[in-house]
Design a protein around this ligand. Structure first.
Ligand code: SAM
Length: 295
């Protein structure tokens, strides 16, 4: 396979994508041409909100073609179009044959949550110091333990589970089921795991089975009644909308544990939850915070 790489301004990214589609490109990817430099621009978006920007000020667009001829022909045809003004062909290069499975696997190493608690892909040996572990492979649903928000929730689960117990647990927005499985492993009495995405519900059931734990997974309406621990690692905007619902699921004396929140969003979350519970920051990592409240 061969890839054609272009440099173009933000406003040309859309039209180039459509052109590559018409030219039968096998795939198209867009990256910040200034990534890893002082000029790198972070683009953060949230579900349900308009995208902050369509692309980067200087975007690198790479299209994959089955043959060198097709990639070079695409470059020639594009360069002749009016909309190509301001764009530049960086080159056509062969994509070396690789063992993609091995390459993908090599990007997922065991993740340490605490010195004794690890998330370990199935193709890895358990680390010698692991006293507790979750076996999990990357899949369609979010939650492999590589994201700080997941890690902070798991650390809280391990600490609370070991010291005081978790009681009945609700994992709201379960993704891969990683938090629900972690809660089950740290002694939860019963675990309900819900998600709006049916693929996440399926992944949670599969991952729970692979880890030998019992839980009940389903769509959000499966969450019923009160739980001593309610976990929700989603994002600030949906967490604000869900405030009354999540708080209503927390049993007296129980904990609400929220993640997916950036440091600068702490006050808006506190305000949104104030009518029901008093949230405070319990942990932070890489600009993300964990917020916890006790009812
Ligand atoms: C960031 S992932 C977290 C996955 C996992 N719990 C973890 O900690 O790694 C958020 C999950 O919440 C789900 N989600 C988003 N909005 C939701 C909502 N309103 N109700 C239930 N689940 C939701 C998404 O489908 C996604 O699987």
């Amino acid at each position: 396979m061969y890839e054609l790489t272009l440099l173009c301004p933000e406003e040309r990214v859309d039209v180039l994508g459509e052109a590559f589609d018409a030219l039968d490109a096998l795939s198209v990817s867009v990256e910040d041409a200034d990534a890893q430099t002082e000029a790198e621009q972070a683009l953060f978006g949230e579900p349900g909100m308009p995208a902050p920007r369509e692309a980067w000020q200087r975007s690198r667009v790479t299209a994959l073609f089955a043959s060198q001829g097709a990639a070079e022909e695409a470059a020639r045809l594009l360069a002749a179009q009016d909309f190509f003004a301001g764009c530049q062909v960086l080159g056509v290069a062969e994509v070396p044959e690789q063992d993609w499975v091995r390459l993908t696997q090599s990007q997922f190493d065991p993740v340490q949550i605490t010195p004794e608690f690890w998330i370990v892909p199935t193709w890895h040996e358990l680390p010698a110091q692991a006293r507790q572990s979750i076996r999990l492979d990357p899949g369609m649903a979010f939650g492999t333990g590589t994201h700080p928000t997941t890690r902070m929730c798991l650390r809280w689960i391990a600490g609370q589970g070991s010291a005081h117990g978790l009681g009945a647990v609700l994992d709201y927005g379960c993704g891969s089921g990683i938090l629900a499985i972690g809660a089950a492993k740290f002694g939860a009495d019963a675990v309900d795991a819900v998600d709006i995405d049916p693929a996440a519900v399926q992944a949670t059931e599969d991952n729970a089975r692979a880890n030998g734990v019992q839980l009940a997974a389903g769509l959000p309406e499966r969450a019923q009644g009160e739980y001593r621990t309610v976990l929700a690692n989603i994002l600030a905007t949906p967490l604000k909308v869900l405030a009354p619902l999540l708080c209503a699921h927390v049993a007296p004396g129980g904990h609400l544990v929220l993640a997916g929140i950036l440091e600068r969003q702490a006050d808006e979350l506190k305000e949104a939850y104030a009518p029901w519970l008093q949230l405070s920051v319990a942990d932070s990592e890489d600009g993300w915070i964990l917020m916890v409240a006790r009812r």
